[in-house]
Design a protein around this ligand. Structure first.
Ligand code: TA6
Length: 314
């Protein structure tokens, strides 16, 4: 259904602070120009594409080759991966990283508090979604653009609670199991010079080495294609970027997994929506619950996962 930008502005715009615009590819986006930060959130995928705290460059990276179409994910920013991560098990034809980043989310509210602005968007189950994922849910993404970037992803199982009966009565449990990720693309000066702190001792699966289970020793440096889901990692992570003289602190809430990814040369070249020479200027550090950390939510219950990003001089 087409987005009525004029109507959304009538309901939600804050003059000089927040406006719904026609963004890249004609996709609707909320543009924030608040005292503490600038930023952009596309209704396509509930997708944050930019966060520029006052006095800084943009903290998020977007590919110059990104495709801006309703049937394609935006390359960069913070894709929302839901309800599966990567390829869907036993259904490789399904869209990678789930359907949420390919849907148009609805705008719920835009609120200013002091120098920051919070934008809330949501996605609900509908007959089309339920053809491939037969569950009742509300997924709300609440994003505060301020001195910090706060992204809060709340899932609610909206199945009627009285439909849950014991399995012995032949009716299936209405609990829902899913994976989720805020697949954040950070902008860096040169990925070959960065250090990722906070993952030492954590176990991970090395997706560049036949998913071998390994343990991270010390800080993580990027010296080749890197694709590592880490498990049982809830502590804050620091991305030190000497070429931009800054460090970014990622504090997570409700997230047990962390994925670190850089495609390096060959993989970047193989992606049509990723410039061949762009890989040195990005690194993904993803707040998520994937694999063994997938979450299960009973009817009427909620699951909250959040990322808090802060930038400091290095
Ligand atoms: O998060 C790392 C990863 O799973 C990589 O394996 C790579 O596939 C990346 O996500 C990007 O996925 P996408 O579907 O957005 O191209």
């Amino acid at each position: 259904m087409p987005v009525n930008i004029a109507e959304l502005n009538r309901q939600f715009a804050i003059p000089g602070i927040a406006e719904v615009i026609t963004g890249s590819g004609g996709l609707a986006a909320v543009r924030i120009t608040a005292p503490d930060a600038k930023g952009t959130l596309y209704l396509h995928g509930g997708h944050v594409t930019s966060w520029t705290p006052a006095g800084n460059d943009d903290v998020l990276w977007i590919s110059g080759k990104s495709i801006w179409q309703p049937d394609k994910p935006i390359r960069g920013g913070v894709p929302i991966c839901f309800p599966w991560f990567g390829a869907r098990r036993n259904d490789p034809a399904s869209p990678a990283h789930g359907f949420a980043r390919l849907r148009t989310w609805e705008l719920e509210s835009i609120e200013q508090k002091a120098g920051a602005v919070t934008v809330t968007v949501f996605l609900t189950s509908d007959p089309d979604i339920q053809k491939t994922w037969p569950h009742d849910f509300l997924l709300r993404h609440k994003v505060t653009f301020g001195k910090e970037l706060i992204m809060s992803l709340e899932f609610k199982n909206t199945a009627p609670q009285n439909r849950t009966r014991s399995v012995s009565e032949g009716l299936q449990d209405q609990s829902v199991k899913f994976e989720e990720a805020q697949h954040t693309y950070f902008a860096v000066g040169d990925v070959r010079q960065v250090k990722v702190k906070g993952l030492a001792g954590a176990r991970y699966l090395d997706k560049t080495d036949n998913l071998k289970q390994k343990e991270q020793t010390g800080d993580l440096a990027i010296t080749a294609e890197t694709d590592r889901p880490f498990f049982d990692t809830a502590a804050p992570i620091i991305l030190e970027d000497p070429s931009k003289s800054r460090k970014i602190t990622l504090t997570k809430e409700g997230s047990r997994s962390t994925v670190v990814w850089n495609p390096w040369i060959a993989k970047a070249r193989a992606m049509a929506d990723f410039g061949d020479d762009e890989w040195p200027r990005m690194l993904c550090i993803e707040t998520c619950n994937v694999g063994v950390d997938a979450v299960k939510v009973a009817p009427g219950q909620t699951q909250l996962m959040a990322s808090y990003l802060r930038v400091d001089p290095l």
